[in-house]
Design a protein around this ligand. Structure first.
Ligand code: PMP
Length: 429
């Protein structure tokens, strides 16, 4: 039905697309994209923007890398999609094998799905059911952290920071988890361990994003904090779930962030840059020890999950081609080069009025303010300056595609600093 209804206060045909994180009444119109190439997004009106955020942190090789395009087209000609129930195909098998080889330790078993949130749900389900399959009932809660973000579905919302997960808005509708502060120092560790030992019989696992809490505000923690969480999990016999959806595939300079701390989780979730930002795909990768908990003659001990499009062949072909590029092109060196440029250029922002913190790690650069007044106007200024930068909460951040050239990165940073300085002088001087 596309006819307008007089009792509705909006024009139906203007709003068939319900946009993400958007108050549809007050939002400015979305910018219409005509095409994208390399680090550039081209708009219908002819403007070209440098993508400073890699399309929600996905397009690590830039848009339309020919190697990925060719692999996807070839796969489309063979079989674009086939169900993974009872059937299998080379792209999924090869990809699972390559992910198992890339992931640290005994993370060998890859459960595919189509979105990051669902991969986290699957990781939570694996953790919970592994207890049940071992005959230990009652392990139904997750320890998760303030500042954390793991997705927008109801179960993942429950393990987000209470504000990000809107725990109060959805009160009663979300599973109550054990949300606590990341144990960054000695005193926090004491409180943390006392929580774990008191509630151990209820805990299914501990979940965190390794080293950088992304959508919760690009907050960093140290490899020592992550190693400590691994140690606690080992001492209390709990599985550690690391959500590498943002940090995985090189964003921090190593293939996975957990490598920087020498930590091997029991389950790792990946998505976003998995396909180089080409097609939707995600996975929960479990250790052989957890997989063994499901290995049984009892059909009831199976993992009862199976998203329709899981292991989509075209998406797996894109992911295989993306991993080829990590092998054939110097992606991690490019991330190190971006990090070095951030280290040189971003400290200038420490003199901007009102700024709270300037930090960077790998190919993530962050400018933190007490708040971002007039956020929509600020976003529009970035567009006017020729860059696609999407501040949120109280931060302005850059996460460019790894293939960005030195000149393009210079243009991106200069535009970002200029707009931010002007805006900070207006609001914080
Ligand atoms: N976990 C992390 C760390 C994320 O950054 C995101 C997405 N921003 C998700 C989970 C959810 O992924 P998706 O949006 O694909 O459901």
């Amino acid at each position: 039905m596309t006819q307008n209804t007089p009792d509705l206060p909006f024009n139906i045909s203007d709003h068939h697309v319900w946009r993400p994180y958007t108050q549809m009444k007050t939002t400015p119109a979305a910018l219409k994209v005509k095409s994208a190439q390399g680090v550039h997004i081209e708009l219908e009106d002819g403007r070209r923007l440098i993508d400073g955020v890699s399309s929600w942190w996905t397009v690590c090789h830039g848009y339309r890398h020919p190697h990925i395009m060719q692999a996807v087209k070839a796969q489309m000609d063979r079989v674009p999609h086939v169900m993974l129930g009872g059937l299998t195909h080379a792209p999924a098998q090869t990809l699972a094998q390559r992910l198992a080889a890339l992931a640290p330790g005994d993370l060998n078993h890859v459960f595919f799905c189509e979105s990051g949130s669902v991969s986290v749900e699957i990781a939570m389900k694996i953790a919970m059911q592994s207890w049940i399959n071992r005959g230990e009932r009652g392990h139904t809660k997750f320890v998760c952290f303030k500042g954390g973000y793991h997705g927008d579905t109801l179960a993942t919302m429950s393990v987000c920071d209470p504000e990000e997960g809107m725990h109060s808005l959805f009160a009663g509708g979300l599973q109550q988890q054990l949300v606590t502060a990341l144990p960054r120092d000695e005193s926090a560790r004491e409180a943390f361990e006392s929580l774990i030992s008191k509630r151990r019989a209820e805990i299914a696992g501990i979940i965190t994003e390794p080293l950088v809490q992304g959508a919760g505000g690009m907050k960093f923690h140290t490899p020592a904090t992550l190693a400590y969480l691994r140690d606690v999990c080992d001492r209390f016999g709990l599985p550690l779930i690391l959500d590498e959806i943002m940090t995985g595939f090189g964003r921090l300079g190593t293939m996975f962030a957990c490598e920087k701390a020498g930590v091997v989780p029991d389950i790792m979730t990946v998505s976003k840059a998995l396909t180089g930002g080409t097609l939707p795909l995600a996975a929960a990768i479990a250790s052989s020890r957890l997989f063994a908990d499901f290995w049984s003659d009892d059909a009831g001990a199976a993992l009862m999950h199976g998203p329709t499009y899981m292991g989509n062949p075209a998406a797996c072909a894109a992911a295989n081609a993306s991993i080829d590029l990590f092998e054939q092109e110097p992606r991690l060196e490019q991330v190190a080069a971006i990090e070095a440029v951030f280290a040189k250029r971003l400290p200038e922002a420490r003199d901007f009025p009102g700024i709270v913190d300037v930090r960077w790690q790998g190919a993530i650069g962050v400018l933190e303010f007490p708040a971002l007044p007039e956020l929509e106007a600020l976003k529009a200024r970035f567009v006017d300056a020729g860059v696609w930068v999407r501040p949120f909460g109280n931060i302005i951040y850059l996460m460019p595609p790894y293939v960005i050239t030195a000149d393009e990165l210079d243009t991106l940073i200069t535009a970002t600093l200029n707009v931010t300085r002007g805006w900070a002088e207006e609001y914080f001087l």
